[in-house]
Write a protein of this length. Structure first.
Length: 231
């Protein structure tokens, strides 16, 4: 979706183009339009969308004002606000590790932390060192379209959980073929259900290895039961 002249409802500003960054909007799990203005911010949005503890999140939610050590006034707009199901509220900021060390940014961070502390909120900083890297982001993007419950299929899910059980990891392609023959459904339905289960972390795989290319599972991609992983 292309950006309109006005920012999404509830945003105090539009995202801007520097000529080098990427920008856009997504519709999140709560149906809210959320802006991003860098690949790093977009990676964070994928994590927030996948986090089962996150109820809703928004971009550029408000303007924080503070005074630095020299007595100068500043206005700061955080990247995102996050509402959790447990009632927790978080402010998330995405920056580079190099910029984070600048004195002006450190003062801003301290000021915002104080504001959040007074409100009972948490302030969380992200950088390229803490956010997903290229391969993990590619995998998350491949699964993103299957996050909706419309891709859930109870018959396939039951067959997958029964097939995996506490077994060792198995090839995704083999699992898909086996389930397709068992439940007598189209392979496409089994594929989309597997992608939905992976997104919801009901089954697991290695996100540091590319496991989907051009809409198909790679030959070496493995999958295992989430219960097996935890145990």
């Amino acid at each position: 979706m292309s950006l309109k002249r006005k920012p999404p409802e509830g945003n105090v500003r539009r995202v801007v183009s520097t000529g080098l960054n990427i920008r856009g909007v997504i519709t999140n799990k709560a149906g809210r339009l959320v802006q991003f203005e860098s690949s790093a911010q977009r990676a964070l949005l994928l994590l927030l969308e996948r986090d089962q503890g996150v109820r809703d999140f928004a971009s550029q939610p408000e303007t924080f004002e503070y005074v630095d050590d020299c007595g100068e006034s500043h206005a700061y707009v955080p990247d995102f606000i996050v509402w959790r199901y447990d009632g927790g509220i978080e402010i998330h900021e995405v920056t580079s590790s190099e910029r984070l060390l600048r004195r002006s940014n450190l003062q801003c961070k301290e000021a915002v932390e104080r504001i959040c502390q007074k409100r009972g909120w948490h302030y969380i900083m992200h950088s390229e060192k803490t956010l997903p890297q290229q391969t993990e982001v590619a995998n998350l993007f491949a699964l993103f379209r299957y996050r909706l419950n419309m891709y859930a299929n109870e018959v396939v899910t039951d067959a997958v959980q029964e097939r995996l059980g506490h077994m060792m990891p198995t090839l995704l392609r083999e699992l898909m073929a086996d389930i397709t023959s068992r439940v007598e459904l189209q392979e496409k339905i089994v594929y989309t259900t597997l992608c939905h289960l992976l997104w919801c972390d009901e089954i697991s795989t290695d996100f540091q290895t590319l496991f989907i290319v051009d809409g198909t599972f790679t030959p070496t991609a493995l999958v295992w039961s989430t219960l097996s992983k935890e145990e």
